[in-house]
Design a protein around this ligand. Structure first.
Ligand SMILES: [Zn+2]
Length: 243
């Protein structure tokens, strides 16, 4: 029989004590990136993955091929890359670790919401599922992280609320911020100074055409704030509950 002779970098590091083999850090980062790119789109393109992971498109092509062989990804030339069921399960495990870590650092270790992400990016690859489950128990099984993102359950269920971005909200409609992007500390600090944090109730007052700025009023504040469309695009909102 003819086995492929490629000397592959290992895909697995060690056996985790709860569920199957642990993936390498780079595999985990790929699955997570495909997950987040396919949250709003059907599939992830090679160029989008290369940008998200800060690597060359050629290395994305190679890794995607290997992960498809392992059953984690589905890739077709015209339809891009998607997670398989196994890939999605792994991605949600990593996302759970990341979001529980962020919540723990924020709630119990005095971290601010703008510096938990970088710490969680490192720790998510090292923490065992047992450690994460113990943290989750101490946190009384939180449903969302400090940035408002839903935390998957241990069995991989995740809330998928009907969110729209602030750019898609009708003028004059009161909405509540559900989540904000967590990667950029400066952006988080800025959003905080504007009062644009998860749970805040806001109304879009005005939106300039051609990707121009949006004027929003925050329920607890007197003055309206003006933000660019790039900032508004990352802010996910839901209808105000109970209205
Ligand atoms: Zn994060």
């Amino acid at each position: 029989m003819d086995f492929p002779r490629r000397v592959a970098r290992p895909m697995f590091t060690h056996m985790s004590n709860t569920t199957g083999p642990r993936l390498t850090r780079s595999v985990e980062d790929y699955l997570k990136a495909v997950y987040s790119l396919t949250e709003r789109e059907e599939s992830a393109s090679t160029s989008a993955l290369a940008e998200a992971l800060d690597v060359q498109p050629a290395s994305v092509t190679g890794m995607v091929k290997r992960l498809a062989e392992c059953g984690y990804l589905e890739h077709t030339r015209y339809h891009g890359t998607r997670l398989t069921e196994a890939g999605s399960r792994e991605a949600l495990r990593i996302i759970r670790r990341h979001r529980i870590l962020e919540t723990y650092l924020y709630t119990h270790l005095g971290y601010s919401w703008d510096d938990v992400h970088q710490e969680a990016e490192r720790l998510e690859h090292a923490a065992s599922d047992t450690l994460i489950d113990r943290m989750a128990a101490i946190l009384e099984h939180p449903s969302h992280d400090p940035h408002g993102a839903p935390i998957p359950t241990p069995s991989g269920e995740i809330e998928r609320p009907e969110c729209v971005t602030l750019n898609e909200v009708a003028l004059g409609l009161a909405v509540q911020i559900r989540s904000v992007p967590d990667e950029d500390p400066a952006r988080l600090r800025y959003l905080e100074t504007l009062g644009l944090v998860p749970g805040a109730r806001i109304t879009v007052r005005e939106r300039a055409p051609f990707d121009g700025p949006t004027t929003v009023s925050v329920e607890t504040r007197v003055n309206a704030e003006v933000i660019g469309s790039d900032l508004a695009d990352g802010i996910f909102v839901i209808p105000v509950p109970g209205r």
